[in-house]
Ligand binder design. Structure first.
Ligand code: SF4
Length: 418
């Protein structure tokens, strides 16, 4: 009997990260050591398939693991394993595809046998829980937006029972976690026997957690009840990530999104009235089939008008099995690249403008790490608005929450003073 040495390579969204952490926790309970990839007998790759680029990265991660000198078994799970497991299995003899994430730990157990619990590795997972922790509350989506493979990979919406969510948050709070990030594929679909997201938010706030953040919410789920719950919850971080995808009504309709630009702008106005100074970030998908230069120009204009604080830019790529895969009007790769570059340029401008507007403001910083710098130790962390700020680190501790005045924007980084 020997201790199994297992490494993780996790790609994609926050839900994948939470799921990989659950697998890690289960394996630790079975006595497994979590090690660097180079030392591993088993490498668990959690894949994403949201774009063609995500597929490429997943295959690259598997090939990389297969080339490691220790010749590990590569267990592949996640969304690409669910949609295209055969292709992944064909990458090598040492590849084991396990699409069911809840079965991964047991599968590893059959690959390597171990029983002793190793404290050293438990500390490694625990380290991640000191400051901000993700809590999965929901999985799946049945919206079937025309471009999106996620409903095919993850199935219909399911909600984690609220009692389980609250128990997890309470456990994290007593372990000293200062912020929980609620994650899911489509969090607005949360429904545990009638308890919806606003009720869950109130119940989580009642645990005494200092900060709670919602990782992403669809525009139609930014409802009055949600905004009311967010506004009355002191712990709620005034940051919303609301995917826009396009600022062209024709494209939004073709995508199968359930709002137009006027509806999105009205939602933003309601959110900003209910939550003054809320920072809003978004996703933009460029190059959807049929998107013309004029459509894209409309999107650029609309995005500018929305005053987002940050954009996540995605290039459209064909996902077979989705409705958009059969649509005419594919945007040529060079135009796709030009549009993505223009949108990334706008993203940089959004970030700069928001950061510059915060100089002189006093914000609440959650210290996530202390790093060495030529000016001495620096405390780095995240504000409620999802800004990354550093401030002098002497006498500060990881996990501490304190107010900092933002003094300067230097080379794209915000510097503050306690
Ligand atoms: S809401 Fe649309 S884009 Fe989001 S996961 Fe569901 S189908 Fe995909």
């Amino acid at each position: 009997m020997r201790d199994a040495r297992v490494a993780f390579r996790t790609l994609g969204c926050k839900v994948n990260q939470v799921e990989a952490e659950s697998i890690a926790a289960e394996l630790l309970g079975r006595g497994v050591q979590i090690v660097a990839e180079e030392d591993a007998e088993v490498v668990i790759v959690t894949t994403c398939t949201v774009t063609g680029e995500a597929d490429r990265k997943a295959r690259k991660a598997v090939r990389h693991a297969l080339r490691l000198p220790a010749e590990p078994v590569v267990v592949v799970t996640g969304c690409l394993a669910a949609t295209d497991g055969a292709e992944l299995a064909a990458l090598g003899e040492r590849v084991v595809v396990e699409a069911d994430k809840t079965a991964v730990a047991a599968r590893v157990g059959t690959l390597v046998k171990t029983s002793r619990r190793r404290k050293r590795s438990a500390v490694r997972v625990g380290e991640r829980f000191h400051t901000r922790a993700m809590v999965k509350v929901q999985d799946g989506c049945d919206a079937f937006c025309a471009y999106c493979i996620v409903p095919h990979a993850r199935g219909v919406p399911t909600s984690v029972p609220h009692a389980d969510v609250l128990a997890e948050v309470e456990r994290l709070v007593s372990a000293g976690v200062a912020e929980v990030v609620l994650t899911g594929i489509n969090i607005g679909r949360y429904d545990d026997d009638g308890m919806r997201l606003p009720g869950l938010l109130r119940a989580i706030a009642a645990t005494g957690v200092p900060r709670v953040r919602v990782s992403s919410i669809e525009p139609e789920d930014v409802t009055e009840p949600f905004l009311a719950a967010a506004a009355e919850t002191r712990a709620f971080c005034r940051h919303l990530h609301v995917p826009l995808q396009s600022g062209c009504d024709r494209t939004l309709a073709a995508m199968g999104r359930r709002y137009d630009t006027a509806g999105f702008a009205a939602m933003l106005a309601r959110a900003r009235a209910a939550l003054p100074d809320v920072a809003v970030t978004t996703d933009v998908l460029v190059g959807f089939p049929g998107e013309t230069d004029v459509d894209f120009a409309q999107t650029l204009t609309f995005v500018r008008e929305c005053f987002f604080t940050r954009l996540h830019v995605f290039r459209y790529s064909v996902r077979s099995g989705t409705r958009a895969a059969d649509l005419p009007g594919r945007v040529p790769p060079d135009i796709l690249a030009t549009r993505a570059a223009a949108m990334r340029h706008l993203d940089a401008a959004c970030r700069r403008a928001f950061s510059a507007s915060m100089v002189g403001e006093t914000v609440e910083l959650l210290v996530e790490r202390i790093v060495d710098s030529p000016d001495g130790p620096m405390a780095e962390g995240t504000t409620r608005e999802y800004l990354h700020v550093s401030a002098p680190g002497a006498g500060r501790t990881v996990g501490e929450v304190a107010e900092v005045r933002i003094e300067a924007l230097e080379g794209g980084r915000l510097r503050g003073k306690w």
